[in-house]
Design a protein around this ligand. Structure first.
Ligand code: 13P
Ligand code: SF4
Length: 365
């Protein structure tokens, strides 16, 4: 989405002034305001957040602050949309920079998903029931599609529970947009990635498959990925183990299956934070996820050795668009009575998307 440039007076402010003015605006807004911060946000944002969390925790936080008139979501667009869907219209959800999207979420759109659904059903007819599952990293209209077709949303925290539920409802799962989370989840549930899963490429007829493979597949996985998590490799894990024989390798489930297999543990950003926080002083962790979270963990827990698997810096460039100046601009406008960057999901999308999100919250509670 397009973001207007910040007014001149917000450019090049010293960090101390930004911090001071953000705190002053927060004090003025009091209980009317809640700031949510995803774990991938930079420290300069996280220090002002009332709640930090992964996508699942923040969706629940958003739904659990009924007194807040303004929910300022320091994360990416799909997270703010989910918060808007889960809250009444009287609560306004705000994304400080509208250009903070998610490149993975952009890899599937409603036109493509409807087209795939139609092709799949032309092959299987009424012989099998397909249950759609969308990762929360997706546009609101895809969540609505899933709600309308009896499926659910999932996050990296609850994907195994959500997918197991989907397989109890039907014969196949159509999982989008992250092929890796879909595949890794299927493997966790005991399915074979080679014989029971196919990849759906939206740019090819039948997604690049044959009628026979579509008939027999248990999982139809959308060809999407996260470019941050794609950077982690088995070679990096082998190197970490050579250099630190006592290392524990902990990666996010958006990584490729081979990386998941080579790691010791995998889980959501909140899982990563909890596992490392609960570990013994002196423990060594090689982490395969976004750099802001890894660097913060290393800074906050100096009694442990915590480093990123990727020696090059690997930030999520869209999360990074929530610059502290945007947060300040948002809050000072609220103080003046102006709501900027209000995220509103249209009613006709919202109702079905809410069904899918609530199904997740119920099934995975
Ligand atoms: P979490 O739900 O684990 O925070 O993941 C969100 C995300 O976008 C990871 O890339
Ligand atoms: Fe999207 Fe990847 Fe950034 Fe997560 S890390 S918000 S999946 S681009």
């Amino acid at each position: 989405m397009y973001q207007e440039p910040l007014p001149k007076e917000y450019i090049d402010l010293p960090q101390e002034e930004i911090d001071r003015r953000i705190e002053a605006a927060k004090a003025k807004l009091g209980k009317r305001l809640v700031i949510l911060g995803h774990h991938y946000q930079r420290d300069e944002i996280i220090r002002h957040a009332d709640f930090r969390g992964d996508s699942y925790k923040l969706a629940k936080n958003a739904a659990a602050v009924p007194d807040a008139e303004f929910i300022v979501f320091c994360g990416v667009h799909f997270m703010a949309e989910s918060a808007d869907i889960l809250t009444p219209a009287s609560q306004k959800v705000i994304l400080p920079n509208l250009a903070a999207g998610c490149s993975m979420a952009d890899m599937a759109n409603l036109f493509q998903v409807r087209n795939a659904w139609k092709q799949i059903h032309e092959i299987i007819g009424d012989s099998q029931r397909v249950v759609p599952v969308t990762y929360i990293n997706s546009a609101a209209n895809l969540k609505a599609f899933v709600g309308e077709h009896g499926g659910t949303v999932c996050t990296s925290t609850n994907a195994p529970t959500a997918v197991a539920w989907a397989l109890e409802q039907g014969d196949k799962v159509f999982f989008f947009p992250d092929q890796h989370l879909g595949r890794n989840t299927g493997v966790k549930l005991g399915y074979d990635p080679n014989s029971q899963m196919i990849l759906w490429d939206p740019f090819k007829p039948l997604g690049g498959n044959t009628p026979e493979t579509i008939q027999s597949a248990k999982f139809i996985l959308w060809k999407g990925h996260c470019s941050v998590h794609k950077r982690f490799t088995v070679e990096q894990i082998e190197k970490a183990r050579r250099e630190h024989p006592a290392v524990k390798v902990l990666v996010h489930p958006e990584c490729e299956l081979e990386v998941i297999k080579a790691a010791d543990l995998n889980g959501s950003t909140e899982f990563i934070l909890t596992k490392i926080t609960e570990s013994e002083p002196g423990s060594i962790w090689a982490v395969g996820t976004e750099i802001n979270l890894v660097s913060r963990l290393a800074k906050e827990q100096p009694d442990k050795t915590i480093f990123c698997l990727d020696p090059e810096i690997c930030p999520c460039s869209t999360m990074y668009r929530i610059h502290p100046s945007f947060l300040l601009w948002t809050l000072e406008n609220l103080v003046e009575g102006t709501v900027v960057n209000h995220i509103v999901v249209p009613d006709k999308i919202r109702d079905d998307a809410l069904v899918a999100l609530q199904r997740m919250l119920t099934v995975c509670a």
